[in-house]
Design a binder for this molecule. Structure first.
Ligand SMILES: [Zn+2]
Length: 296
């Protein structure tokens, strides 16, 4: 499956089907057996009055790092959003809005796109690479910003950011984080999809499959990044990253990796109480699962 399908709308025909996201690193990936999807419970808060997503958004003018034109993006009014309990793997949740949808800046003039935290930071060499491989092929899109972003639109923006990250030889962690966020968006998109008819069920299964594939890319990518990059990584300290990877490892039933990661947190002298408590809880889960699997 071509993970970057959908970029055709931007005029980009990335031969990404055969292109490895982490191609510029040595890839020593051991294909694991297809594992059954284990989903930890998601805590959802009961909300009484739904506020529209537009209440939490504002338009910002951004200058493109590549072509220097100014364009509009929708961004989240951070002070207004209320944080909810995150998912098992720290996927952030907010009341009334999925803020993840709004974290990519995408220049409608030249095709350069990146997550906001990376957008401004390009070397001259990276700008040249992007001009050559992205801008030259890019079909300019409409300048009008929709009031809110659908999951489809948000995911296509992230895929364009991922493609840019591959072209500019971005850090492994940046590519992994982009994959993780794409997977998280597919998760929410699938959660909202109906599954009454066979056609709906098939469509939803397709989205879940993409969710899994990007999740795997993120998991492998972060492990590579951990081996060669320093913390903080993608805004996370090492304990947060260990916890997140342990949770993802549990999803893939890679319990030895998961238990090693939680041990790093539990035995650390500088991890705070909250993350240690979370790690202890996850450890209990891992022990139960290992016993369950041993008994099979
Ligand atoms: Zn631009």
């Amino acid at each position: 499956m071509n993970l970057l399908s959908g970029l055709e709308q931007f005029g980009i025909t990335a031969e990404a089907g055969g292109k490895d996201i982490f191609a510029d690193e040595e890839r020593k990936r051991v294909e694991k057996e297809e594992n059954e999807v284990k989903k930890a419970p998601v805590v959802k808060e009961y909300v009484e009055k739904v506020q529209p997503e537009t209440d939490f958004l504002l338009t910002r003018h951004i200058r493109c790092t590549v072509c220097e034109k100014v364009f509009d993006v929708k961004t989240v009014k951070n002070a207004r959003v209320k944080r909810l309990q995150p998912d098992f793997d720290l996927r952030p949740r907010f009341q009334f809005i999925d803020t993840l949808k709004y974290d990519v800046y995408s220049c409608p003039y030249c095709g350069y796109a990146a997550m906001s935290r990376y957008f401004e930071h390009l070397t001259k060499g990276q700008i040249a690479l992007i001009k050559e491989a992205v801008c030259a092929n890019y079909a300019p899109t409409t300048l009008d910003q929709p009031e809110t972003y659908s999951y489809e639109l948000a995911i296509s923006r992230y895929k364009l950011a991922l493609y840019n990250a591959m072209i500019k030889h971005g850090k492994t962690s940046e590519k992994a984080y982009t994959c993780l966020k794409i997977s998280w968006l597919y998760r929410s998109m699938a959660d909202e999809m109906p599954e009454t008819t066979d056609e709906e069920k098939a469509k939803k299964a397709e989205i879940r499959e993409l969710q899994e594939q990007f999740y795997r890319e993120a998991y492998d990518g972060f492990q590579k990044a951990m081996a060669k990059e320093d913390f903080p990584m993608c805004g996370m300290d090492s304990h947060t990253m260990d916890y997140m990877l342990a949770a993802i490892a549990c999803h893939f039933k890679e319990f030895s990796y998961a238990s090693k990661s939680v041990s790093n947190i539990i035995t650390s002298s500088n991890a705070d109480r909250r993350i240690k408590d979370r790690a202890l809880e996850l450890k209990e889960y891992i022990i139960t699962e290992i016993k369950k699997n041993a008994g099979k």
